[in-house]
Design a binder for this molecule. Sequence first.
Ligand SMILES: [Fe+2]
Length: 133
Amino acid sequence: MAYSWDKSLETGNFTIDEQHKSLINAINELLEACSKGKGRTEVSKTLDFLQNYVVKHFADEERLQIQSSYPDYKSHREKHESFKITVKGIAEEYEKGGATIQLVAKVNTSIGGWLISHIKSEDKKVAAHILSR
Ligand SMILES: [Fe+2]
Protein backbone atom coordinates (compact mmCIF):
# COMPACT_ATOMS: atom_id res chain seq x y z
CA MET A 1 0.00 0.00 0.00
CA ALA A 2 1.35 3.37 -0.96
CA TYR A 3 0.65 6.54 0.96
CA SER A 4 -0.31 9.74 -0.73
CA TRP A 5 -0.36 13.32 0.44
CA ASP A 6 -3.73 14.99 0.16
CA LYS A 7 -5.46 18.08 1.51
CA SER A 8 -6.49 16.28 4.70
CA LEU A 9 -2.79 16.31 5.65
CA GLU A 10 -2.25 19.99 4.93
CA THR A 11 -1.12 21.91 8.01
CA GLY A 12 -0.87 25.26 6.26
CA ASN A 13 2.82 25.69 7.02
CA PHE A 14 4.75 25.50 3.75
CA THR A 15 8.00 24.07 5.14
CA ILE A 16 6.24 21.45 7.24
CA ASP A 17 3.91 20.42 4.41
CA GLU A 18 6.73 20.09 1.86
CA GLN A 19 8.78 17.99 4.27
CA HIS A 20 5.77 15.77 5.01
CA LYS A 21 5.41 15.13 1.26
CA SER A 22 9.07 14.07 1.11
CA LEU A 23 8.60 11.84 4.16
CA ILE A 24 5.61 10.13 2.57
CA ASN A 25 7.66 9.58 -0.59
CA ALA A 26 10.48 8.11 1.47
CA ILE A 27 8.06 5.70 3.20
CA ASN A 28 6.66 4.65 -0.17
CA GLU A 29 10.17 4.04 -1.53
CA LEU A 30 10.92 1.85 1.46
CA LEU A 31 7.68 -0.12 1.10
CA GLU A 32 8.30 -0.56 -2.60
CA ALA A 33 11.87 -1.74 -2.05
CA CYS A 34 10.61 -4.25 0.55
CA SER A 35 7.66 -5.56 -1.42
CA LYS A 36 9.47 -5.85 -4.72
CA GLY A 37 12.08 -7.99 -3.05
CA LYS A 38 14.83 -5.52 -3.89
CA GLY A 39 18.28 -6.37 -2.65
CA ARG A 40 19.74 -5.41 0.70
CA THR A 41 21.58 -2.39 -0.67
CA GLU A 42 18.42 -0.90 -2.11
CA VAL A 43 16.31 -1.45 1.03
CA SER A 44 19.12 -0.22 3.31
CA LYS A 45 19.47 2.87 1.14
CA THR A 46 15.77 3.72 1.54
CA LEU A 47 15.92 3.00 5.28
CA ASP A 48 18.99 5.23 5.72
CA PHE A 49 17.37 8.01 3.76
CA LEU A 50 14.18 7.76 5.81
CA GLN A 51 16.07 7.77 9.12
CA ASN A 52 18.15 10.79 8.15
CA TYR A 53 15.18 12.65 6.76
CA VAL A 54 13.15 12.00 9.91
CA VAL A 55 15.97 13.51 12.00
CA LYS A 56 16.19 16.57 9.75
CA HIS A 57 12.43 17.07 9.60
CA PHE A 58 11.91 16.77 13.33
CA ALA A 59 14.80 19.17 14.02
CA ASP A 60 13.27 21.74 11.64
CA GLU A 61 9.79 21.28 13.08
CA GLU A 62 11.06 21.54 16.65
CA ARG A 63 12.97 24.71 15.77
CA LEU A 64 9.73 26.24 14.48
CA GLN A 65 8.06 25.28 17.75
CA ILE A 66 10.79 26.88 19.84
CA GLN A 67 10.78 30.04 17.72
CA SER A 68 7.01 30.37 18.14
CA SER A 69 7.01 29.40 21.85
CA TYR A 70 4.73 26.45 21.16
CA PRO A 71 3.22 25.47 24.52
CA ASP A 72 3.24 21.69 23.88
CA TYR A 73 6.80 21.59 22.59
CA LYS A 74 8.02 19.21 25.26
CA SER A 75 5.41 16.50 24.71
CA HIS A 76 5.60 16.90 20.94
CA ARG A 77 9.36 16.44 21.10
CA GLU A 78 8.88 13.28 23.15
CA LYS A 79 6.61 11.85 20.45
CA HIS A 80 9.31 12.59 17.88
CA GLU A 81 11.95 10.90 20.01
CA SER A 82 9.90 7.74 20.44
CA PHE A 83 9.19 7.62 16.70
CA LYS A 84 12.94 7.85 15.98
CA ILE A 85 13.41 4.85 18.27
CA THR A 86 10.65 2.96 16.41
CA VAL A 87 12.28 3.61 13.04
CA LYS A 88 15.68 2.61 14.40
CA GLY A 89 14.17 -0.61 15.76
CA ILE A 90 12.64 -1.44 12.39
CA ALA A 91 15.96 -0.79 10.66
CA GLU A 92 17.67 -3.15 13.10
CA GLU A 93 14.97 -5.75 12.58
CA TYR A 94 15.54 -5.49 8.84
CA GLU A 95 19.28 -5.98 9.30
CA LYS A 96 18.61 -9.16 11.28
CA GLY A 97 15.71 -10.72 9.45
CA GLY A 98 15.21 -8.99 6.11
CA ALA A 99 11.96 -7.76 4.58
CA THR A 100 9.53 -10.19 6.20
CA ILE A 101 5.75 -9.74 6.01
CA GLN A 102 5.81 -8.73 9.68
CA LEU A 103 8.42 -6.08 8.97
CA VAL A 104 6.41 -4.63 6.09
CA ALA A 105 3.33 -4.58 8.34
CA LYS A 106 5.31 -2.63 10.94
CA VAL A 107 6.49 -0.16 8.31
CA ASN A 108 2.85 0.34 7.38
CA THR A 109 1.39 0.73 10.85
CA SER A 110 4.24 2.02 13.01
CA ILE A 111 5.82 4.31 10.42
CA GLY A 112 3.19 5.17 7.77
CA GLY A 113 0.16 5.04 10.04
CA TRP A 114 1.96 6.86 12.84
CA LEU A 115 3.02 9.70 10.55
CA ILE A 116 -0.44 10.21 9.09
CA SER A 117 -2.09 10.39 12.50
CA HIS A 118 0.73 12.53 13.96
CA ILE A 119 0.32 15.03 11.13
CA LYS A 120 -3.44 15.18 11.59
CA SER A 121 -3.46 15.41 15.36
CA GLU A 122 -0.18 17.09 16.37
CA ASP A 123 1.42 18.91 13.46
CA LYS A 124 -1.80 20.69 12.53
CA LYS A 125 -1.86 22.15 16.04
CA VAL A 126 1.72 23.36 15.62
CA ALA A 127 1.00 25.02 12.28
CA ALA A 128 -2.20 26.62 13.61
CA HIS A 129 -0.22 28.01 16.56
CA ILE A 130 2.42 29.46 14.25
CA LEU A 131 -0.25 30.99 12.00
CA SER A 132 -2.07 32.51 14.96
CA ARG A 133 0.94 34.53 16.07
FE1 LIG B 1 5.68 16.56 14.54
